[in-house]
Ligand binder design. Structure first.
Ligand code: SF4
Length: 475
């Protein structure tokens, strides 16, 4: 009995004569080829779609786009590795018809056409809409941080710079004192101690100068932090860990957990990004109205109100924060607003009426209270230290409507989690994209557009199979 053995390397074989014979009819690479060939690349925004009349011929953008889509679908993202695949991977050899662009050509193509990749992503979303892959009823919006090409040590905030400068000043003061003391001692010795200290002072002064320059630049720009390797990236928290990266926002359709819209920004918080992410998704899904669910990080009165105006019906739980919550007193949602009487009814059943007006973030704010009732109230230890007041912003009716919707449909929050966890989990684990390869917001956006396209393509292949997808591009 012997093991299974391969061919003798020097043996002549009767191999298929065409490369096409090596790529099966159900190979996804055939869909990539047909999909890109069906795109109007000029309209999408790619450069050099028409070959130049003179000079050395360049590669067709369609070929390089196919290479990138194939690469992102197969976890090959770097231009050097894509170049290597052009030489050794039969699927890529088939896809590019044996073309072998070098890594620089491949990298330059991605860089030069960075704005066009998002449009390619959208073209695929439109195709999926035609294939009825979206339920077009519920969108889940969420964000995550993906690491940038910028070490944490190369990011500074105004606070950290001020701290560094203060520490450097203190250390310099100490060095100078020791230098004075050492001067006297070293007169009788070799003077090496003084020399060492002088070198340390020079190095520290240089560092201090760099920090001061970063701080001055921050004050001038009005920004709160600076990243030295990738200036567009920002330090932001993901759960309990802070890292330097970009904020990735996705709007996912609940039917098959496919991404309808994606956006990359360097906003440190998700707050205020709900409408910005969900409205383009509603437009591309071509619906008048759609439900949108997000976590409490998106809760912002102005954004909830503007979502309603934009045809989005938001479901965002109210975060429990503020001085009353911190002190363990009754939360604001335990006070019921009575619109007909323009008053709040507190947990003791007392009526709180308007007592003063003010402003919060350009919005009219009215405080409601009832000092007389509070002073005689048995629940006061659970409510306030003195007299309780609750405030109401001018567009807070939208929050009341949203609270009523959430009360009637609490399971929507579980659907949010199930829906958004799939793409983020797949992108970070299966697609191995926990970090960007490129620097700069625009380039990173191009990268993520390819990632989101690859994720959707994989989902569509799993749901419809190659036959279903090929039939759609052939139609
Ligand atoms: S302290 Fe005032 S607001 Fe609080 S429960 Fe009593 S009456 Fe109502």
């Amino acid at each position: 009995m012997t093991h299974i053995s391969g061919f003798e390397r020097s043996q002549l074989l009767l191999l298929p004569e065409a490369i096409d014979d090596y790529v099966g009819g159900c190979n996804p690479v055939r869909f990539i080829d047909a999909f890109v060939d069906g795109l109007d690349l000029k309209a999408v925004g790619f450069e050099r779609v028409e070959a130049k009349a003179t000079g050395r011929p360049g590669y067709a953008p369609a070929d390089l786009l196919k290479l990138y889509i194939y690469g992102y679908l197969n976890r090959v993202r770097s231009s050097r590795r894509l170049e290597a695949e052009c030489h050794r991977n039969i699927e890529v050899i088939w896809l590019l018809r044996s073309l072998k662009p070098d890594f620089k050509t491949i990298a330059d193509f991605r860089s030069a056409n960075r704005a066009a990749f998002k449009k390619v992503f959208r073209e695929f979303v439109i195709l999926c809409r035609r294939l009825d892959l979206f339920g077009r009823e519920l969108l889940a919006v969420d964000g995550t941080r993906i690491k940038a090409v910028n070490n944490k040590d190369r990011n500074f905030t105004t606070g950290s710079l001020q701290k560094f400068i203060a520490a450097a000043d203190k250390k310099l003061e100490d060095y100078l004192k020791r230098l004075d003391a050492g001067d006297a001692e070293d007169r009788a010795t070799t003077g090496s101690r003084v020399k060492n200290l002088a070198e340390k002072i020079e190095a520290l002064n240089k560092k201090r100068g760099e920090y001061a320059a970063h701080l001055a630049a921050l004050e001038k720009s009005g920004e709160s932090q600076v990243s030295l390797t990738d200036p567009d990236s920002r330090a932001m928290a993901a759960y309990t860990k802070v890292g330097v990266g970009y904020n990735i926002q996705i709007a996912v359709d609940a039917k098959h957990k496919m991404i309808v819209e994606q956006a990359v920004s360097n906003d440190v918080l998700d707050m205020g990004l709900l409408q910005r992410t969900a409205e383009p998704a509603r437009e591309i899904l071509d619906v008048e109205k759609i439900d949108v669910v997000a976590d409490k990080g998106y809760f912002r009165t102005e954004d909830i109100a503007s979502c309603e105006e934009a045809g989005l019906t938001p479901y965002v739980p109210r975060p429990q924060r503020g001085p009353a919550v911190n002190n363990g007193f009754f939360r604001k949602d335990e006070f019921r607003y009575d619109a007909a009487r323009n008053a709040y009814v507190c947990p003791a059943g007392q009526e709180l009426t308007p007592i003063r007006e003010g402003k919060l973030r350009d919005l009219k704010k009215v405080d409601y209270g009832n000092a007389q009732a509070c002073r005689a109230c048995a629940l006061r230890p659970r409510c306030t230290k003195d007299v309780r007041s609750v405030s109401r912003l001018e567009n807070e009716d939208a929050l009341d409507r949203m609270a009523a919707r959430l009360k009637a449909r609490p399971e929507v929050l579980d659907r949010r989690r199930e829906t958004v966890e799939h793409p983020f989990g797949a992108i970070k684990q299966w697609m191995n994209q926990g970090a960007f390869l490129m620097r700069g917001l625009e380039k990173v956006r191009a990268e993520f557009s390819l990632t989101a396209l690859a994720y959707n393509l994989r989902r569509a292949l799993n749901i419809l199979g190659m036959e279903g997808l090929m039939a759609a591009v052939a139609a």
